[in-house]
Design a binder for this molecule. Sequence first.
Ligand code: NAD
Ligand code: UDP
Length: 319
Amino acid sequence: LAENRQKNILVTGGAGFIGSHLCKALLDLGHYVICLDNLFTGSKDNISDLIDNSSFEFVNHDIIEPYFRKNLDEIYNLACPASPIHYQHNPIKTVKTCTLGVINILGLAKKNNAKVLQASTSEIYGDPEIHPQNEKYNGNVNSIGPRSCYDEGKRCSETLFMDYHREHNLKIKIIRIFNTYGPNMANNDGRVISNFILQAIKGNKLTINGDGTQTRSFQYVDDLIEGMIKMMSTNDHFTGPINMGNPNEISMNKLASLIIELTNSKSEIIYQHLPKDDPKRRKPEISLANNKLNWMPLINLQDGLFRTIEYFKKLNEIN
Ligand code: NAD
Ligand code: UDP
């Protein structure tokens, strides 16, 4: 019964793509939600449906600065730009968010004796040499490249989480999120699914980086939210890290064709320069999440893409 009471839950990065879905899901479960965001890549539009809810509060704040708040039960730390163009826009700031910012959030959790969950990433595996990637794999990360601010930043966040757990007995959870997509991605997000959909519905050329044989495995956002909330409710001994993603792997060539087909678009494809350190393959091994959380993704790529296409059409007033 204690588990069913209304909790005070802080969601950092709550005005972003994933964060806005998480805030909504936690409100639907009856909790009080504090959405903290500096609005760098997030927007108030993503939370416009929530703002009038008396159990919802928006705080404009940057996690690089300490934040004080009492009576928190849980914290989900999602604050960090996630798209390569955005995290590379100010790479030093990205590292600060993942280190100084995370120390602030861990300190806040410690003062409140709150559970804290870190939105880590498949990027901590870098350009993986094993396939699919399981949680025991230590990764293949370049420490000095253009993606390093994010990859190494997120690796350091995991280290900080584990050290606060070992040193201070903090109740922590680490999830490694693989490529996720869905409504509330911004028009200028820059990641592949939003780019391809926008290009296809506007009749512009789809921009494939490199030869398009590189793969990713795409998870629809609703599946992730379900997994995140399940992970938070596991017993205090279980910290993760745990992979969360859809194992259905697809090449960028196939993804572009599929999106052209689903949008009935006449768009063509152009090939452009492959960014440095772009991972060649990525696919999660999810048996740990399956066993521990009884979780697996349920929404297939076509259905998820349909919903995301509808969202982008509406956002851009395209019929
Ligand atoms: P997003 O860019 O839409 O959301 C990030 C949010 O954090 C934005 O609202 C942004 O304004 C906010 N933010 C950034 N820096 C901040 C700071 N210093 N202080 C306060 N707020 C800050 O991206 P997303 O896809 O929703 O990603 C959310 C989290 O999930 C990120 O931590 C990301 O690393 C992680 N993740 C996402 C994916 C994915 O495929 N979407 C994959 C792996 C990990
Ligand atoms: N990509 C692409 N065209 C685009 C944007 C991205 O071909 O307009 C490629 C990118 O080079 C990568 C894959 O799509 O190989 C996934 O890129 P994204 O930025 O979505 O995520 P990440 O590389 O972080 O997995």
